[in-house]
Design a protein around this ligand. Structure first.
Ligand SMILES: [Zn+2]
Ligand SMILES: [Zn+2]
Length: 308
């Protein structure tokens, strides 16, 4: 256990240094300035080519979502890549070693050209995320966390990264094993992550840019807005695509009955959903308790693991 704790602590310390360096040293390989640049770019486009012209340039929850953007992208998403995935990798390798498995890599992808590696990483990861996203809608427990993303009532690029940190854990954990099996390392993620962030900003943006036939491959604002519709024809929703809309067309979960520009967004009783950041952090944990109407039974102390 101490080993994992040390990895956790040193990952955090390493991360704090890394973050500070990122802010002080703008470069092309720098997440911080990419996120800032992409956000300004899409904001400017929203001002020039708004889809909903009456929507304020600084829409409802703009600053809250802006905060989520940096919170999730830095404080959690990358710590996810660092602290959590470092522990995950170590624990998972230890687990495999119990069965005498030393190496998980099933494909020799390192011998491929770089563009083919990146393309494969992008497509495979997006397909995994499409499946995880469906799961977030189908599992009642996970939906409590994902609801935060769906509490957006006025759409704009910054809504992209409004989600609960619990989601990051689910995504990273479920992504890791298959991606590690193909032989990808964390350093491969940079370009793919930046590209995916750009598409994510785009499909949440208030932009009147139509992709034409490319819309059958890439996610876009006209399609993703229906994913946020308050009233869906199917119980678990539609248009789960993250970067690619392709999966929804292939598996019959695409839904765009009409122009979605002015549809109502959210879910039933979205008006009652907490509005502040801190309340939103706790909400998924409290919500489950509200649902339980039977008197609470005395809870047994969980047994302590011996020096685990
Ligand atoms: Zn969703
Ligand atoms: Zn969304």
């Amino acid at each position: 256990m101490e080993k994992y704790w040390n990895i956790f602590i040193s990952s955090f310390a390493g991360y704090a240094n890394y973050l500070w360096n990122e802010i002080l040293n703008p470069s092309w390989g720098n997440y911080f300035y990419w996120l800032l640049g992409l956000s300004l770019f899409f904001w400017l486009l929203e001002i020039i080519l708004p889809w909903r012209q009456h929507q304020a340039r600084i829409r409802q929850d703009f600053w809250l979502d802006g905060f989520y953007m940096f919170f999730n992208f830095f404080l959690f998403s990358l710590v996810g890549f660092n602290a959590i995935s470092n522990i995950g990798v170590e624990a998972f390798n230890d687990f495999l070693a119990l069965f005498g498995v030393r190496n998980l890599v099933a494909f020799e992808i390192q011998s491929w050209p770089v563009w083919a590696q990146l393309l494969t990483l992008f497509v495979v990861r997006d397909f995994i995320q499409w499946n995880v996203h469906r799961l977030l809608h189908r599992s009642e427990f996970l939906w409590r966390f994902h609801k935060l993303h769906h509490s957006v009532q006025q759409m704009g690029f910054a809504a992209h990264l409004r989600f609960h940190w619990g989601e990051t854990i689910v995504y990273r954990t479920l992504e890791y094993i298959p991606l590690a099996m193909i032989g990808f390392g964390i350093q491969d993620f940079f370009l793919v992550h930046i590209f995916a962030t750009a598409i994510g900003h785009f499909n949440h943006s208030n932009l009147n840019i139509k992709l034409g036939p490319l819309g059958y491959i890439f996610n876009n604002p006209q399609m993703h807005i229906w994913h946020h519709a308050k009233h869906m024809p199917r119980r678990y929703g539609a248009n789960y695509g993250i970067s690619l809309s392709l999966w929804d067309y292939l598996f019959g979960t695409a839904y765009m009955p009409s122009d979605g520009r002015d549809i109502e967004l959210g879910f039933d009783e979205v008006e009652k959903y907490p509005k502040s950041f801190m309340e939103q952090q706790w909400h998924p944990f409290l919500e489950g308790q509200d649902a339980d109407t039977t008197p609470a039974a005395p809870v047994e102390e969980p047994k302590k693991l011996e020096n685990a």
